[in-house]
Design a protein around this ligand. Structure first.
Ligand code: BF8
Ligand code: SF4
Length: 630
């Protein structure tokens, strides 16, 4: 086995720079150039103090003009902007979850979508009080999927998944008006609260932001995760590779990008079809390689071992290799830049959802009923495009790392069962993990999530933070583009255990795991919520007492703010490396970083100095340990 070495950010950047040279040859635009054009950013927007929610404005707050025309002050404007930002994110994740419920509702024994994990379906059905005895698995799937869809518009009551919380927490959230009702209601109610002439009181704007986030985390995202597992299988540890070097010059390269596994799973199925492989050979390729970008990549990596070409700010790079026959997208985090960029190469930019239509793309509408036919057509289109490659533009940076991915909650519980020598039958609980934490072998855990953002040197914050945390015996569960940063660096290679402190290294050896556990895509942060709920139940503590924190050092999207709100509302302190446009209001800063603690026992910390951010996290974890006497 070759010697193990992490890939550095400098190596990532050298590879990108080489690709940008190709881009320059063909006159391609890049995000690096657009950042320069957009900098410096508008100060009003940056501080959140520009309001244009009614046509008397736009109003901008300055020392001379401390109120908008309606009299709203900076705190109200920043707060309303923050709530609208949250609503955008919660709507987006939740609509993804709704699509998955819809796909499950259309599953058939002989159809494009089948139930791959019937045990999980039965577990959820029982949890929801559905009779399962003697029922056909597809009848059950349709019944549970329908109930899942009803969670979006239920007339009364709260999200069903809240019953997974430790005793008393749901009731407390109801009392505080933080428990999410119907998912769509929380999104609508947020837009109503933030409408002209409604709330301008920071306390209420923050309260509704948390509640709306909770509708995402314990509603839409959780449905997305759970029913994706039912349809496509609950992830188990699986080997894969990460970074642009996973693309193969001799193959037809199809890159899947976006979020909903309903599309990417079908593209993967058809890329394995003998007829398609024969077609690829007939056009001069050796075969077909699928790789992924962003969360859809996480989805297919953890269920099928499909390699990860990269994360958010690497999406243009896959086209710049000159070896991408098609980049196939569904929804979210897709740069409209991919349209014009693809036109500089032979790449087909295929959009598939009416939710995400873009200029300069080929639109092939994808849906559950015609999934196979459409996926086959897309794969065929890519294969036939191989002959249009311009060999002089082809350059695939030879950077990649091995990664073990697929640590669903179920998988984590299973692998950690091997760690303790406890005589008690602990199978199926988080007790082995708790024993590692209480004994101090592991000091705590960090949920590392989120995106890339040009405001932070891409991937540096993720990688530097993770290295320091694991060296301090803090285990990491990662999702989204944070997970891909770790995989590209090599932190999901089991050999990265040598970078850990002695305690975590021992756990990694005994359980045969890497120190950074890939827990999936961004909707899968709901897996992390169930994990902490289980840890709390098994330890007899509240979630907010656990030595666990959340961190999004390079976040950029509305979804990330929605996530942050539900992670805080669930009880975990959350550390951000990018300010969520609240610098313009001391009151909003107070509510997010201190005020919410009276409700949830947790709050945000915003720190753009990454060294300080990691030290603050470690300090918080140690404080939590001390408070519970471990
Ligand atoms: O949902 S981490 S850049 S890909 S928003 Fe987007 Fe951010 Fe990546 Fe997935 Ni999540
Ligand atoms: Fe200006 Fe008030 Fe209208 Fe906002 S709601 S644009 S602050 S008048």
């Amino acid at each position: 086995m070759s010697e193990f070495k992490l890939t550095t950010v400098e190596e990532f950047e050298a590879a990108t720079n080489r690709l940008l040279e190709t881009g320059a040859k063909v006159g391609a635009d890049s995000w690096q150039m657009r950042v320069k054009n957009q900098t410096p950013h508008c100060k009003f927007g940056e501080q959140g103090i520009c309001c244009r929610i009614c046509a008397m404005g736009p109003c901008r707050i300055t020392a001379k003009a401390p109120r908008g025309i309606c009299g709203c002050d900076a705190h109200g404007i920043v707060g309303r902007n923050y709530l609208k930002f949250t609503a955008g994110g919660a709507a987006t994740h939740s609509d993804h979850g709704r699509e998955i419920c819809n796909t499950l509702y259309h599953s058939k024994p002989d159809g494009a979508y089948r139930v791959k994990d019937p045990d999980k379906l039965i577990r959820i059905a029982k949890e929801w009080g559905v009779e399962t005895e003697g029922k056909d698995i597809y009848d059950l799937a349709h019944e549970v999927a329908y109930m899942g869809l009803e969670e979006y518009g239920k007339v009364f009551g709260y999200q069903r998944f809240l019953d997974r919380m430790p005793a008393g927490q749901k009731e407390k959230l109801i009392e505080l008006e933080l428990a999410p009702r119907a998912i769509d209601r929380e999104v609508s109610s947020s837009l109503h609260t933030a409408h002209m002439g409604c709330s301008s009181l920071p306390e209420q704007l923050v309260r509704q932001s948390l509640r709306c986030g909770m509708a995402d985390g314990w509603g839409g995202s959780m449905a997305g995760t759970e029913f994706s597992d039912v349809l496509f299988g609950t992830p188990k540890p699986i080997e894969t590779e990460a970074n642009l070097g996973v693309m193969k010059e001799e193959d037809v390269n199809i890159v899947v990008h976006g979020h909903d596994p309903s599309l990417s799973e079908k593209i993967c199925d058809w890329a394995e079809d003998p007829e398609m492989i024969a077609l690829a050979k007939s056009v001069g390729a050796k075969g077909i390689t699928i790789s992924g970008v962003c969360c859809t990549s996480n989805e297919v990596a953890m269920r099928r071992g499909i390699p990860m070409a990269g994360n958010f700010l690497q999406q243009e790079n896959v086209v710049l290799t000159g070896a991408c026959e098609a980049i196939v997208v569904d929804v979210q985090c897709i740069f409209p830049a991919l349209g014009p960029l693809s036109k500089c190469f032979h790449t087909k930019f295929v959009t598939t959802s009416p939710i995400a239509r873009m200029p300069d793309s080929e639109f092939i509408r994808f849906d559950a009923e015609t999934a196979d036919e459409k996926a086959k057509a897309i794969v065929k289109l890519a294969v036939e495009n191989f002959k249009n490659r311009k060999p002089e533009l082809v350059h695939i940076p030879q950077l990649k790392q091995k990664a073990t991915v697929g640590y669903s909650l179920e998988a984590i519980v299973k692998v950690l069962d091997n760690v303790t020598n406890s005589q008690v039958d602990v199978t199926g609980t988080t007790k082995p993990l708790l024993e590692c934490v209480t004994s101090g072998v592991i000091r705590g855990a960090v949920a590392m999530v989120g995106c890339n953002n040009p405001k932070v040197r891409p991937d540096t914050a993720h990688i530097d933070l993770m290295k320091k945390l694991i060296a301090n015996d803090i285990i990491i569960v990662a999702s989204g583009c944070a997970a891909q940063a770790a995989a590209k660096a090599g932190l999901m290679d089991k050999r990265a255990k040598d970078l850990c402190g002695a305690g975590l290294k021992r756990v990694c050896e005994l359980a045969d795991i890497p120190p950074v556990l890939h827990m999936g895509s961004c909707v899968d942060i709901s897996r992390m919520m169930v994990l902490v709920a289980e840890l709390a139940k098994d330890s007899g503590l509240q979630i907010n007492q656990l030595p666990v924190v959340g961190c999004a050092p390079e976040w950029m999207s509305e979804k990330a703010v929605s996530i942050g709100n539900y992670v805080v509302a669930t009880g975990l302190d959350t550390f951000l490396g990018v300010d969520p446009y609240v610098a313009g209001s001391t009151e909003m800063q107070y509510w997010l970083t201190e005020g919410v603690r009276q409700w949830t026992g947790s709050a945000y910390t915003v720190e753009t100095d990454i060294d300080k951010l990691v030290d603050k996290m470690i300090e918080r974890i140690e404080q939590k340990r001390e408070a519970i006497g471990i």
